[in-house]
Structures are given as C-alpha cells and as structure tokens.
Design a protein around this ligand. Structure first.
Ligand code: UD1
Ligand code: UDP
Length: 368
C-alpha cells in the first residue's frame, strides 16, 4: 500500500509527526511525506525536533500570503507530486488551507483521502475562518475519518458519514506531547536564555499566543490592550508572548506591546521549548486549537480568546474558558484567577497517546 502524508503548517507537523514516524517503519506500507511549505521557519523547527524529513516540498510560502494564492499553488504542486508518486491514500490533517487543497487535489486525481482530526465543528462558518469551512469540505470528500473524540464521531454520523469509515482514535497531539515531554524532562529543551530567566524567577507567568484570522484588526487591538492593562495592574505578573510570524500579528503586537518591563515578546518557540513554557506557566491565554488540547494534560488553566470552540470537551473538563477577543473580559478573567486560583484538573479528554497506532492499524487492515 502506498501512503502519502501531507502537511504544511506548524500544528499539522506537530500532530502528524508521530504518525509519520510510525508509518515510516510499518511493514507493507510504502510511505512518503510531502510538505506544502505553507509555513517555513515554524515548520522546519518541528521537523528537526521530531527527526522527520520530507520527500516532496512544494515550498509555497510567500510573505503576507493570501488564501487564494496558497490554494492555487498547493493544487498545482500536488498534481505534480501525484505524477511522481501515486499513493493509494493521502493523509491530511485538520482544517488548514494545506489540508483542504491537498484533499481537493487528491479528489481530482481519484486518490482516497484519510482525514486525521476529523469531525470537529463550531457550527459557525465564520469562526474560525476559514478553518470551519475547510474541515466541512474535507469531510465531504474524504474516505476515512480519524476522529479524536466521541463528540467528533457523532458530528460525522449526523452528517451522514458511514460508521465503518470512522475510527475514534484520540488526538495525535497527545502522542506528540508525550514524546516532547519526555525529551523536555530529559533536559534536551534549549529554551532561549531570556525565556528561561523568566521561568527561573519563580513569578507567576501568563503565557500568550494568538493568530486567528477573525481576530486580525480590532480583535488584536483588544487583546493587546488587555495585555497592556494586565501588565500595569499586576506588576508581580510576567507575561511571555511568543509572537506568531504572520505580519498581521507581528505589526499590532510590536506596536502596542514593545518596551513593557514585565512583558517579554519572543520569536515563536521551538516545540519542546513551548512545552517547557506551558508546563512552567501559571496560566495560558490563547486562541490556538492545539494549545487547548495540550493544556489539560499539563493541568494548566486556559483562557481562550474566541467566542466559540470546536473543542468543547476541555471546557466541560474545567480546563478551558472562553473569553472572546475582548479587553474587558480578558482582564476580568485573569484578575479573578489572580485573586483566587482554582485547581485545574489534569484529565485529558483528547486521548491517551495511542492515536497514531490506531490510524496505522486501520490502514494496514485496509491493505490486507
Ligand atoms: C495558518 C492556518 C491556520 C493555523 C495556523 C497555525 C490557514 C488558512 N491558516 O495560519 O489554520 O491555525 O497556520 O499557525 O491555513 N509566516 C512566516 N514563517 C512561517 C509561518 C508563517 O513568515 O514559518 C508568515 C508569512 O508571512 C505568511 C504568514 O505568516 O505569509 C501567514 O501564514 P499562513 O499560513 O497563511 O497563515 P497563518 O496565520 O500562519
Ligand atoms: N507552539 C509552539 N511554539 C509556540 C507556540 C505554539 O511550538 O511558540 C505549538 C503548540 O504547543 C501547539 C501548536 O504549536 O502544539 C499550535 O499551533 P498554532 O497555535 O500555530 O495553531 P493552531 O493549533 O491554532 O492551529
């Protein structure tokens, strides 16, 4: 059986890396890895950490790229890859433009698609944008569905997907996190000195990330004002913010948040360093999907700067709270927790670290 895994952005690479490592060593499967290169630096560091190499690299990233450009370049690039390596299955991940465009290219070429992290839904096409549309479209075209949770399975069943095509696997992010945590505990994380220094000072650290397209503009201004306010009102707090490389994020963040003494802006952290930072933080403020899934394993409270989430399991587990991209709500929530921290459960609804094995097991059964 010939299998081609495709990814292009940081979170896809983190979540596909354990699966790629397993597929590379599975007898009976001829596996190749294709990066669309939708991300560059943020992707390269993940691949180096997980020790995986691409067989095909479309290298499509351009500064300030738009959705149409990325989609077109990936569609053409995938067509040429399929001319060289014609897989039986293409494996895609999640909800990015890489995921949708690779799925569409495979569909045009008559190749089956396996969707890893299938069945997540907010029910709102505008949030997250364009990810909710991407995953709906991918799930119309796929042939196999690797759903992290029972809720994700139920979403797919409601949309008429046949049960025999769905496997509940858990989320591969937990496979990745466990791998990284072991390495971090083994002291191989090389955290940048300025970040390391903050965590050694024994102060409460608020770790921040943010990059959602629907927050660009007004949303990011609100977020930045919240961080300014918190840094001023809580001088005992240190804020650490690894800033996403998207220029729509870099510009407001550098404009509003430079030069604040208890607020450290850094480049995106390498994955093991970010795991170290999450583990050492007091609280996390984010709009990231992956971070919402990782934090429950680390027992860290998370405020999510969105109005809706496709990952309600962690809200129900008591780890995640939605606060929107609203200055007032963010400030109130952090201050309330500052005054009265509540113990956070370490129960993780997203899996047991065996998701990649379940996916490979499904594929090998199909091969026989
Ligand atoms: C993309 C995904 C989003 C995912 C996020 C993870 C889409 C539409 N968006 O958003 O779903 O949650 O990745 O981070 O698929 N850049 C660099 N170097 C990098 C990465 C990005 O310079 O390594 C800059 C470039 O200027 C690039 C810009 O960021 O043009 C935007 O990248 P893009 O992938 O289009 O959007 P993201 O906001 O990263
Ligand atoms: N992450 C990282 N370095 C950082 C910030 C995040 O390695 O500086 C990791 C994080 O642990 C998670 C993933 O990147 O696994 C999330 O990526 P992102 O927030 O870019 O995308 P999303 O999950 O929202 O699609």
């Amino acid at each position: 059986m010939k299998v081609l895994t495709v990814f292009g952005t940081r979170p896809e690479a983190i979540k596909m890396a354990p699966l790629v490592r397993l597929l590379n060593h599975t007898p009976g499967i001829e596996h190749r890895l294709c990066s669309t290169g939708q991300h560059r630096q943020m992707l390269e560091q993940v691949m180096a950490f997980f020790e995986i190499k691409t067989d095909f690299d479309l290298a499509i990233m351009q500064p300030g790229q738009d959705l149409t450009g990325i989609t077109c370049r990936i569609l053409e690039g995938m067509r040429d890859v399929f001319a060289q390596f014609r897989p039986d299955w293409v494996l895609v991940h999640g909800d990015t433009t890489t995921c949708l465009a690779a799925t569409l290219a495979a569909f045009y070429a008559g190749i089956k698609v396996g969707h890893v992290e299938a069945g997540l839904r907010t029910g709102d096409l505008q949030a997250p944008f364009p990810e909710e549309a991407n995953r709906l479209l991918v799930d119309r075209l796929a042939s196999a569905y690797f759903a992290p949770t029972q809720r994700n399975v139920d979403n797919l069943l409601k949309e008429g997907i046949k049960p025999e095509r769905i496997v509940m696997t858990g989320n591969t992010v937990i496979d990745a996190l466990l791998w990284a945590r072991e390495k971090v505990l083994g002291f191989s994380a090389q955290v940048p000195p300025d970040v390391q220094k903050v965590f050694l000072e024994n102060r409460r650290v608020l770790l921040v990330t943010g990059h959602r397209r629907e927050n660009f503009g007004a949303g990011f201004e609100q977020i930045c004002r919240a961080l300014q306010t918190l840094a001023g009102r809580l001088p005992e707090l240190t804020i650490v913010y690894p800033v996403h490389l998207n220029p729509n994020v870099q510009q407001p963040v550098r404009k509003y948040l430079s030069g604040i003494p208890n607020l450290l802006l850094t480049a995106p952290l390498n994955y093991p360093d970010f795991v170290y930072a999450m583990n050492k933080s007091w609280m996390i403020l984010t709009d990231s999907g992956g971070v919402q899934e990782e934090a429950p394993s680390l027992g860290k409270p998370v405020l999510v700067m969105r109005d809706t989430t496709e990952r309600p399991e962690a809200v129900e587990a008591g780890t995640v709270r939605l606060v929107g991209a609203s200055t007032q709500r963010i400030v109130e929530a952090v201050e309330a927790y500052w005054a009265q921290p509540i113990p956070t459960p370490t129960y993780n609804p997203y899996g047991d670290g065996q998701a990649s094995k379940r996916i490979v097991s499904y594929l090998t059964k199909k091969a026989t």
